[in-house]
Write a protein that binds this ligand. Structure first.
Ligand code: NDP
Length: 449
């Protein structure tokens, strides 16, 4: 159920749907933000006058391009590449690249829109953007992935720059892909411009903790929510969805903080290990072998693999959805609540459907929306940019301490804005309002551009 909104916001939403037909994920992300903004407009009539919401919903620039490459059999392949430069009010466009067959303009726009508010919440000088391609790296050889990345960058490079647009990874884009993309950028431009991409290898300008940052950050955010309710992760059961970059490091940090992480998933199903997942085996299967989760169960006798099915059937106190958008629907949310889940911290972008959100709201489940809970990844990317700009390299401990402080501050910003705008404890409203205000203030200062 969608909450009642002021008519002017309703008509703005109608225009977004009309102007962006068929882009359902983008509509969903816009709807969620707009539903929080009525009290902001009531207090800031100048934003209605300046059409601030309409401006924020329209990307500054959208780039769509052909990516031709040849596979190992010599056959020509054509993919479609995207970069949506959404908003540069707070700094250069910043946001990851996603390589997945489901990528189309609507997905990139939803992710770019979320990124604008997320980046604002970090308090750092970064605007919002997102990109990717409908390329499926699964089952492709090293050579094929490299040739694809080179062709992708051969077009994209002209739109990038450390002061203009700085991509990073997302689904299907990890350290290997960032390496190939950086190599091609350097070759074409003849510039060793470290700050043009983040998520780089440690030997060539990368930052410690960037790989771990999103999963660690989502876990720190869960700790913040639990602390506000007078409790902690210590001794709690945790379920994480996904088994990629975000998920693996959520498993690691939650375990370090005393929780027992009993299940995770990939697109083939999920594994349950009641004694707690063995991260070393998990990392070997997923990061080294790039294998399927069923192989984890083959190697760990206490684990059980369930093909298909939903990882949200596994009872837990804390859920950290870290796979993809709309992976947790209303039914799954109801099962989680029935099974005693008290907190949800979104490691992924928009993993909960609007129906799931309503279930958590009604049940009083502590809920950290992705644009706040997973902001640790992009925040650490901004720390990587800082290190690149000063040609410095920080220790793991120092960087992790910075990340933990940033997550604490993100939580505080959301919590305070929720309180101030009449929805105490509602971090969805708090994140949307706090993010919007920071971006709107900068846009206001820059005039009509
Ligand atoms: P990865 O590609 O490393 O991992 C994604 C994981 O999710 C894989 O286990 C994958 O399984 C699973 N998955 C992906 N799509 C689906 C699907 N349609 N159904 C079921 N499972 C699926 O990606 P990341 O860990 O980097 O990203 C995960 C989420 O976190 C995304 O929403 C991303 O936007 C968000 N995020 C990532 C950040 C980062 O720093 N990496 C920063 C902020 C947000 P399989 O391998 O079987 O496909």
């Amino acid at each position: 159920m969608v909450r009642a909104v002021a008519p002017s916001i309703e008509s703005i939403y109608g225009d977004v749907v009309r102007r962006n037909p068929g882009e359902e994920e983008f509509h969903q992300a816009v709807r969620e933000v707009l539903d929080s903004l009525a009290p902001v407009l009531a207090r800031h009539p100048e934003y209605t006058e300046m059409k601030m919401i309409e401006r924020i919903c329209e990307p500054e620039r959208q780039i769509i391009f052909r990516v031709p490459w040849t596979d190992d059999r010599g056959e020509v392949q054509i993919n479609r590449g995207f970069r949506v430069e959404f908003n540069s009010a707070l700094g250069p466009y910043k946001g990851g690249l996603r390589f997945h067959p489901s990528v189309y303009l609507g997905i990139v726009k939803f992710l770019g829109f979320e990124q604008v508010f997320k980046n604002a919440l970090t308090g750092m000088p970064i605007g919002g953007g997102k990109g990717g391609a409908d390329f499926d790296p699964k089952g492709r050889s090293e050579g094929e992935v490299m040739r694809f990345c080179q062709s992708f960058m051969t077009e994209l490079y002209r739109h990038l720059g450390e002061h203009t647009d700085v991509p990073a990874g997302d689904i299907g884009v990890g350290g290997r892909e960032i390496g190939y993309l950086f190599g091609q950028y350097k070759r074409i431009t003849n510039r060793y411009e470290s700050g043009v991409l983040t998520g780089k290898g440690l030997a060539w300008g990368g930052a410690r903790v960037r790989t771990e940052a999103t999963g660690y950050g989502a876990t720190f955010f869960a700790s913040e929510m639990l602390a506000a309710h007078g409790t902690s992760l210590e001794g709690r059961t945790v379920v994480v969805s996904g088994a990629g970059n975000v998920a693996l490091y959520a498993v690691q940090k939650a375990t370090q903080l005393g929780a027992r992480v009993i299940a995770c998933s990939d697109s083939g199903g999920y594994v349950v290990d009641e004694g707690g997942l063995d991260l070393e085996v998990l990392q070997h299967v997923k990061e080294v072998q790039r294998g399927r989760l069923s192989e984890y169960a083959d190697r760990v006798p206490s684990a059980r693999h369930v093909a298909g099915g939903s990882v949200w059937d596994v009872p837990c106190a804390v859920a950290i959805p870290s796979a993809t958008q709309n992976e947790l629907d209303g039914d799954a949310a109801a099962r989680l609540v029935r099974n005693g889940c008290i907190a949800v911290s979104e490691g992924a972008n928009m993993p909960s459907t609007p129906e799931a959100l309503e279930v958590f709201r009604a049940a009083g489940t502590a809920f950290g929306p992705g644009k706040a809970a997973n902001a640790g990844g992009v925040a650490t990317s901004a720390l990587e940019m800082q290190q690149n700009a000063s040609r410095d390299s920080w220790t793991f401990e120092h960087t992790e301490a910075r990340l933990q402080q940033i997550m604490h501050d993100v939580y505080a910003r959301c919590s305070e804005a929720a309180e101030e705008y009449g929805s105490p404890g509602d971090l969805v409203v708090g994140a949307n309002v706090a993010g919007f205000l920071r971006v709107a203030e900068a846009m206001h200062a820059h005039g009509l551009v």
